[in-house]
Design a protein around this ligand. Sequence first.
Ligand code: OSB
Ligand code: MG
Length: 382
Amino acid sequence: MSGPASPQLDLEQETIGAIDRAELLLVRLPFVAPFGTSVQTWATKDALLLRLEGSGVIAWGECVADPDPFYSPETNETVRSVVKDFLLPMVEAGHSLGEVLRSFRRVRGNAMARATVENALLDLIAKRHGVPLHVALGFPCRRVMSGISIGIQESQEALLDAVADAVANRYHRVKMKIMHGKDVEWVAVVRERFPDLPLMVDANGDYALADAAHLRRLDAFGLTMIEQPLGYHDIYQHSLLQPQLVTPLCLDESIHDRDDAVAAIELGACRVINIKQGRVGGLLEAVAMARECAERSVPVWSGGMDETGIGRAVNIHLQTAPGFTLPGDTSETRRYFHEDIVEPPVTLDADGFIAVPASPGIGVAVVEERVARLELARERLW
Ligand code: OSB
Ligand code: MG
């Protein structure tokens, strides 16, 4: 939404207001095709959703955790427990958002749990003001770049087909997952067929520093970056690997907050950062992290966690913030789900861009009848 300049909200000062009902729901959406990484293959998206209802507004927060701790130590079950027993009890109607988020700092780690609640509160506040999230955050609308994350494939032919499809749909860049045994040769065949494609790889921590010579072979392919080659919470060893490579490193799993991002940059552990709002504790930390990175001339992009339309919309609003200068992992809904729980689905325009939803809050409508059909569990907390 562009139009006349909207009065910028002072989000910190916004009071939470009455919440009449709070529920946690677990929904299961089958993926169009299983999504494989070096750490796990997921056949369904099991999303934990926080639904808040207050003063005639319904707000949603989507947790980006998985049922398992294979990408992140947090799981849907740990998030459920932390939201229910610690975070939601800190949300008081008379408090400001700033006060609530300050009390959340007492909860160590558990960033995905904090993000679930924070994002739902931001949706609530934005909807109460009748403005889309990006306006509530203070950012003008801009079209968002698209990017696709192609999972580990059974064969090089299947990989080439998937890349060809992404190119035909005008995605701005392609990321392919790699792992031991499916790396250098697999990148080589893609690069040979698509010499000019902006291409990157993501290893999800499958390598060790001892693999440096092997990883150096990737320098031949002009990749835009190599994402998280080493351990899932390492920064130091990445700082030893980066000088051995021409290709920029990008950190994902290792970065939990602004301090991690600054440490990684200052130590030379990476030259790009993947910001997943869920992994870093919510939209506001993600925006602040992007600003810190921009001040250090480090480009960032918005990662994805195969979110339903709720989290996908949040990621799109996030990319209106300064610093998001690279295409992220935001791709069309139809690549993940035959039927999503929101309308409308994310689509690409003729130039491969994504429009920012213009309706209040997350800006997409949750179809509650579909949620009810797909739900595995529902628990009323308030
Ligand atoms: O490492 O970025 C990752 C999905 C699940 C867990 C980890 C990752 C991913 C993706 C998919 O790469 C991003 C997306 O398409 O949403
Ligand atoms: Mg990643």
